[in-house]
Design a protein around this ligand. Sequence first.
Ligand code: 48F
Length: 257
Amino acid sequence: MIEKQVSKGIIRTYFEKMEKCLELDVAIVGGGPSGIAAAYYMAKAGLRVALFDRKLSPGGGMWGGAMMFNQLVIQEEALSILKDFDISYESYEDGLYTADSIESTSALLYKAVHAGATIFNCYSVEDVVFKNNVVSGVVVNWTPVLREGLHVDPLNIMAKFVIDGTGHDSEMCKVVARKNGIKLETTTGEVIGERSLDVAEGERQVVEGTKEIYPGLYVCGMASSAVGGTPRMGPIFGGMLLSGKKVADMIIKRVKG
Ligand code: 48F
């Protein structure tokens, strides 16, 4: 019966895929340009990587260009990344280039999965797992469960490292700050807790692109803005891609030594 075969094919292979991802080298939260670029480079280096995005279509702010005008502007410094992803581009002016946002987003997603990263869409990361005060995994649930406010427990995914690539909301940084009573001084003036996140008391954190913001937790892309910095060359898309590559390089070095 073809109907049964289709259902069985989906269920069996989906749960095989999910089971393989219960213990990862890296869990990436957020599938914007920075997170997807990070997933690609780490998977290509042989790391076990999964990316979780709450939307049906990961890609974050990339699909819509600006004001839904679906073109992107990319800085010259990020051209090598466009080349890595086989994305077409045109020279514009002053070291700036343009690219079609649909081609760019789909190329990022395709190449990341093809390189071996697993992308889980419709997953919301609602918390992180701590082991000995080190971020050691993520707590996930179906986005529709959270949207409906259903009383359904989440699942844990363990990872050596977690990347916050959630964009402007910096959701993982906020969770870690809140749970540890740490001060997170955001660009919008929000302050959580008593102590500073990875900086001396009262100092303002400046993150150029990305860094390990808390043991086990890295931050990249616009998520960096919540901790007082914006990615170098942000917020144009080249900065997001460079930030993803930078976080990947840092973690690859740590995992592979
Ligand atoms: O915002 P987003 O595109 O992240 P980014 O890589 O790039 C920023 C640019 O798009 C743009 C910009 C450049 O001009 O400023 O904004 O920093 O993508 C963030 C993704 O994270 C997902 C969200 O659905 C989006 O696709 N996301 C956010 N919070 C969660 C999440 C969460 N808690 N769990 C799962 N996914």
